[in-house]
Ligand binder design. Structure first.
Ligand code: NAD
Length: 299
């Protein structure tokens, strides 16, 4: 059997970003609307700083307004909630994202609950989780949205396929299950207590690993020809004192069996910011009661 096709997340993310840019241009010209995305960072975690900087840069590249707030590590929960209340009320801000993790004096759930659900571009608010579950228009978490687009690169129509998601977190596994149901897949969510995980994984036409365990999924867990989406980002030592990023799937083994597979890095990761930009445009349109521009209709 031939080797799996590598699904290029970087290239797909660039195409999505280009569609967002076209959509933003249309909104500006036809409605005088410039979507605005606010990102709040508390503290100075180096990885979070990099994410926030990238988000800001990509927001501006897409023609949107970027508002960045860097708050000190000792910010109180009350002060952060006050900042969110002001952003909720600001008409030029259509999307609000609070970078996680937060310092320990701040309860992340209270912060997420405080964001206006219509501006919740991360899709973490309980109202958006509910809207997604019952099939109403919702802001949906970015990583699962990216996973579906990546899977559709390999198989344009996912209808009727067996999908197995390993991992049941609120930000990846559970919302992805809802999205794949919407695609008419037959969905199984596996997790740390699943019995005989290799057997469950092996029935998947679409297998998603969102666990955070390097190379958990082995080649012989994969059904020949399956589409494999690797969400995991794990930093492992290489032995020469350096570190590199690997996914939750043993890539070389999987590549020999799967039909298509996302690499790490360069698969799911780049899609997350692209979907955030999409969500910011969706949020702006929803708030203004404007139909989503054609460029973004099927995203
Ligand atoms: P999480 O820790 O919240 O959830 C992990 C899930 O894996 C849990 O539901 C748990 O039941 C399950 N699990 C743990 N050990 C298991 C095992 N041995 N067998 C089967 N299931 C097991 O993690 P998360 O936030 O969903 O993230 C998962 C991974 O995805 C992490 O590596 C994270 O860094 C990565 N991630 C990547 C992106 C991206 O943009 N690419 C975004 C979010 C998360």
């Amino acid at each position: 059997m031939s080797e799996a096709t590598i699904i290029d997340g970087k290239a797909l993310a660039a195409r999505v970003q280009e569609r967002v840019r076209a959509a933003v241009e249309e909104l500006r010209e036809r409605h005088g609307l410039v979507p605005g995305l606010a990102v709040v960072l508390v503290g100075d975690d180096p990885a979070s700083r990099v994410y926030v900087r990238n988000k800001g840069r990509r927001t501006v590249e897409a023609g949107m307004k970027s508002f960045e707030y860097h708050l000190p590590a000792d910010t109180t929960e009350e002060a952060l909630l006050e900042r969110i209340a002001r952003l909720n009320a600001a008409s030029e801000v259509h999307g609000i994202l609070v970078q996680l993790p937060l310092p320990e004096q701040i309860n992340p759930q209270r912060v997420i609950d405080a964001i206006d659900p219509d501006k919740d571009v991360d899709g973490f608010h309980v109202i958006n989780a509910g809207r997604l579950a019952v099939g109403r228009p919702a802001l949906v978490p970015c990583t699962p949205l990216g996973c579906v687009l990546l899977a559709r690169q390999a198989r344009a129509d996912l209808e009727g396929l067996e999908a197995v998601i390993i991992g049941r977190s609120n930000i990846v596994g559970k919302p992805l299950a809802q999205l794949l149901l919407r695609e008419n897949c037959t969905v199984t969510i596996a997790h740390s207590r699943t019995r005989d995980l290799p057997r469950v994984a092996h029935r998947a036409d679409v297998l998603v690993a969102a666990v955070g365990r390097p190379r958990l999924v082995r080649g012989d867990w994969i059904k020949p020809g399956a589409t494999v989406i690797d969400v995991g980002i794990n930093r492992v030592e290489t032995g020469d004192g350096k570190a590199r990023l690997v996914g939750d799937v043993a890539f070389d083994e999987a590549k020999a069996v799967a039909g298509a597979i996302t690499p790490v890095p360069g698969g799911v990761g780049p899609m997350t910011i692209a979907m955030l930009l999409t969500n910011a445009v969706k949020a702006a349109c929803m708030q203004r009661g404007i139909a989503l521009p054609r460029a973004l209709e099927d995203l």
